[in-house]
Write a protein that binds this ligand. Structure first.
Ligand SMILES: Nc1ncnc2c1ncn2[C@@H]1O[C@H](COP(=O)(O)OP(=O)(O)OP(=O)(O)O)[C@@H](O)[C@H]1O
Ligand SMILES: [Mg+2]
Length: 441
């Protein structure tokens, strides 16, 4: 059973659809107008909407209800509207008079697809539910957003959620981490540049802000932006236009900015490292990602989700966490937050030889009052354990220390990944193959 919303002012269509859908055990809500539909607050699984209504076009409801699927009903003479609707993300489009059997099948497909879309932001505790509510509220507003939070708390995930729930979601969000680009290059990366020595237009380069036109731009670690780039960004936020480095033309761009910081930006302002006027432009709306230690009830839920993912990736369906491992996970403070938890679980799955991940396999440093009660043997192992290694560090270590003795196929097998992933990770992490192995593949 699904909750459906029919939006039409055609009484006959409305009554016949309503009767047929109710007979199929759906709960059916009805609105005669766009305005009425927009004011509905119940959770809807699928919208079935007339194209032309007295107060506007049904196509406008696609973004309003997103990600809920919308099926548009058009007249025989409005096929063009159907094409436009599909481009704008309508789930399906039917010409009137509607074939009820086909419509029922489309509704089934729509509700199944929608319910299969899992929320990427895992968590049920109040701080994360509050954050999700805030994201849904601010996403459609098209305003600049500042996301703050410690490292690994999910700032990028929140930015992506905002973009996905906004009217810009049809285009990819462009992301850039200001801390990873050399300061001398960042202004050119963001704003583009004009090659002063060559006069040909082909030698000019558009920057990331221009590439994000009509979409959203996510600037991670915005506190690391050098002063020159801060000034240009401020100007862009004020005027909606940019000038490429070395150029004179003003270029209008329509970009929604989402920025993130793990540092207290206000403190940077007080030290004179960050422009106060830019700070106040950015933090019109500020969202905060809570640290994992403040979401204790979510820790195990997240751990199990990462475990499931890693088991699938490495085809190790038998693996599970022991009770002691669960206790250790729950009690640890997770200074690296969700990212650290994800790395720890993935690494444990890679290294786990049997079906059970024990507390010591997690290799987390238990110290101080958070140390769970382990047996003397386990305590000894924990103290002896190596400092936490990320999965990528482990991959690098494993490949470099075994590639002399193992073929690429054996390496991949030992790591529980495919040859293709091994090749991709080697490229991504810049780990060259040993010379003899080059001829092997
Ligand atoms: N609520 C969550 N549910 C599921 N996965 C999450 C959640 N929060 C974070 N993650 C995962 O944790 C990792 C870190 O998240 P993300 O990159 O969004 O955090 P961040 O705050 O931007 O981190 P950093 O400070 O390292 O840039 C990602 O792999 C992300 O998918
Ligand atoms: Mg980040």
């Amino acid at each position: 059973m699904a909750t459906l919303l029919i939006v039409t002012d055609d009484v006959i269509t409305c009554k016949s659809l309503q009767m047929s859908l109710e007979q199929q055990n759906h709960l059916v809500l009805v609105s005669e107008s766009i305005h009425g539909a927009k004011s509905i607050t119940s959770k809807i699984d699928c919208v079935i909407c007339e194209h032309r209504l007295s107060d506007g076009s049904g196509i406008d409801l696609i973004t309003n209800f997103k990600p809920t699927p919308l099926i548009l009903l058009v007249g025989q003479s409005s096929l063009q509207a159907g094409i436009l609707a599909m481009r704008k993300g309508a789930f399906d489009c039917f010409t009137k008079p509607v074939d009820q059997t086909d419509l029922s099948k489309a509704i089934d497909r729509a509700t199944k697809t929608y319910s299969a879309k899992v929320d990427p932001m895992i968590g049920h505790c109040e701080p994360i539910l509050k954050l999700k509510r805030q994201v849904s509220r601010v996403a459609p507003l098209d305003k600049t957003i500042l996301i703050s939070g410690e490292l690994g708390t999910g700032k990028e995930l929140v930015a992506k959620s905002i973009h996905d729930q906004s009217k810009r979601s049809g285009l990819e969000m462009i992301s850039i981490n200001c801390a990873t680009i050399p300061q001398s290059l960042i202004e050119r990366e963001l704003f583009g540049y004009v090659n002063e020595e060559l006069t040909s237009v082909a030698s000019d380069h558009a920057g990331l802000i221009e590439s994000a036109d009509q979409s959203s731009l996510f600037l991670d670690e915005i506190g690391e932006l050098p002063t020159g780039a801060q000034t240009r960004l401020l100007q862009f936020l004020k005027e909606g236009k940019i000038r490429r480095v070395g150029g004179t033309d003003q270029i209008y761009v329509d970009v929604r900015l989402i920025a993130a910081t793990q540092h207290d930006l206000l403190e940077r302002v007080s030290k004179g490292e960050f422009r106060a006027d830019l700070y106040y432009r950015l933090n019109i709306i500020e969202l905060t990602c809570p640290p994992l230690r403040d979401r204790v009830d979510d820790i195990l839920i997240l751990a199990e989700a990462f475990l499931k993912q890693a088991k699938n990736e490495m085809v190790r369906p038998e693996i599970r966490l022991s009770d002691a491992a669960k206790a250790a996970i729950s009690k640890y403070r997770w200074p690296g937050n969700v990212r650290e938890l994800s790395n720890v679980v993935q690494r444990a799955v890679v290294l786990c030889e049997g079906p059970i991940i024990e507390a010591i396999d997690l290799n987390i440093q238990m110290t101080g009052p958070d140390l769970p009660k382990f047996s003397a043997g386990e305590q000894h192992h924990i103290k002896q354990s190596r400092p936490t290694m990320s999965l990528e560090d482990y991959f690098q270590y494993f490949v470099l220390s075994h590639q002399e003795q193992m073929s690429e196929t054996e390496l991949a097998k030992q790591l529980g990944i495919s040859r293709k992933s091994l090749w991709e990770r080697r490229n991504r992490l810049g780990i060259p193959k040993r010379k003899e192995a080059l001829s092997e593949s």
